[in-house]
Write a protein that binds this ligand. Structure first.
Ligand code: UD1
Ligand code: UDP
Length: 365
């Protein structure tokens, strides 16, 4: 095997799909090792279906749990899978616990590690994602930062420049491949009664927001106030972590906020591209808003995607209702910026930089 993709969550499936497809095109042998960090159909199998991915070769079914236990169980399973398949390179993407486990497993073995979306930094060590991405970067042999800025962070931390290839973000590849299909096939706007109406799309799932009752209530109140001020609806496809906090905190949604089940990828792309504005605390959704030309307000105190703020596509509002309302007012209507995340050929660039080859085609006798 040339490449082992280690993945486990929704954003990793979406952002590694273009690489899997590039391997298919180029006849490069690969295996998919799924940690099982995400397992609900609407966070997992629906993305394999919509993105035309083959079933994982290994499904470790680790599931949810305390971070240490979850990461440790993944490490055991990934090591076994790598031992059996002996890949030249392990590829991980992003900053989840699955990424950390994949990075640790590869670094303990005679296997090289490539980190897709390397070099992102929020400089907020309270976030589990920040620790995961820093550790993965320092275990990696090949770094694929999306932008020059993320390359700069890696250099500053002592990563050798010969290990770094700036590639753009594979999320652009995924959008290029799927946006027209989404516009053609998805009926999400009709299904939700949004066709032709003005709405904001909200996603919020980050632990530091939804596990904190005050912040969670604050961001919902801010979304409501902003929507009220502009006579819009707020559609909130809710991550299961947030669903369970809504129950735990006994939260009633403010009138303008409408919670729905997590959306399939094509439905999400269609809903995002037609929104008047996106409110989020997601990493990937900040990028998608910027690429789709939809203004974004990020309900966090910091972002590891500062490029989106620099080009004028995004603004940080924390979870304070008044700041959210003000940020929405300032951002609404903006749309004229350049996409900083590349041209949609990130996957091809990554494969070119890796020491992998397609098996030489057999010459017929
Ligand atoms: C994880 C990542 C986060 C990423 C997000 C993508 C870490 C530390 N966090 O957060 O960076 O933005 O994925 O969506 O790796 N649950 C289900 N079904 C599932 C998965 C989870 O119901 O398929 C529920 C469980 O109650 C679980 C909770 O969601 O306890 C949190 O899941 P977990 O994978 O620990 O973290 P995420 O919040 O999904
Ligand atoms: N997404 C989706 N359906 C949803 C919400 C998000 O398909 O209901 C997709 C979205 O297109 C993006 C990705 O999930 O590509 C972002 O994942 P998430 O917000 O869970 O994680 P993060 O990027 O914050 O790690």
């Amino acid at each position: 095997t040339e490449i082992a993709f280690v993945l486990g969550t929704r954003p990793e499936i979406i952002k590694l799909a273009p690489l899997v497809q590039a391997c298919e095109r180029q006849d490069i042998e690969y295996v998919i090792v799924h940690t099982g960090q995400h397992y609900s159909d609407n966070l997992d199998s629906v993305f394999f279906d919509q993105l035309d991915l083959p079933d994982p070769d290994y499904d470790l079914a680790v599931g949810s749990g305390p971070h240490g236990e979850q990461t440790a169980e993944m490490l055991v399973g990934i090591e076994r899978a790598l031992d059996e398949t002996e890949p030249e390179v392990v590829l991980v993407q992003g900053d989840t616990n699955s990424v950390l486990a994949g990075a640790l497993a590869a670094s303990k073995m005679d296997t090289e590690l490539g980190h897709v979306e390397a070099g992102l930094r929020s400089f907020d060590r309270e976030m589990p994602e920040e620790t995961n991405r820093v550790l993965a970067d320092h275990a990696a042999d090949y770094h694929f930062p999306p932008t020059d800025r993320s390359k700069g962070y890696l250099l500053r931390e002592g990563v050798s420049s010969f290990r770094i290839t700036v590639t753009g973000n594979t999320v652009v590849d995924a959008i290029h491949r799927n946006l027209d299909i989404a516009r053609e096939k998805s009926t999400v706007l009709e299904d939700l009664g949004l066709d032709g109406s003005r709405y904001f799309l909200l996603t919020a799932h980050r632990a530091e927001n939804v596990d904190d009752e005050e912040r969670f209530r604050g961001l919902l109140a801010g979304a409501h106030r902003a929507a009220e001020a502009h006579d819009a609806d707020v559609i909130y496809p809710m991550h299961p972590r947030s669903q369970s906090r809504v129950e735990e905190f006994d939260i009633d949604f403010p009138p303008r906020v409408r919670a729905v089940e997590p959306l399939e990828y094509l439905d999400f792309l269609r809903a995002a591209s037609s929104a008047a504005l996106i409110l989020t605390d997601s990493g990937g959704v900040q990028e998608e808003a910027c690429i789709l030309g939809v203004p974004c307000v990020t309900m966090r105190d910091n972002t590891e995607r500062p490029e989106t703020v620099d080009v004028g596509a995004n603004r940080l509002s924390s979870c304070d209702p008044a700041r959210i309302e003000r940020s929405v007012r300032e951002m609404l209507g903006a749309s004229d910026w350049e996409n900083p995340f590349g041209d949609g050929d990130a996957a091809e660039r990554i494969l070119r930089a890796l020491p992998v080859t397609a098996p030489s085609k057999e010459v017929p006798q």
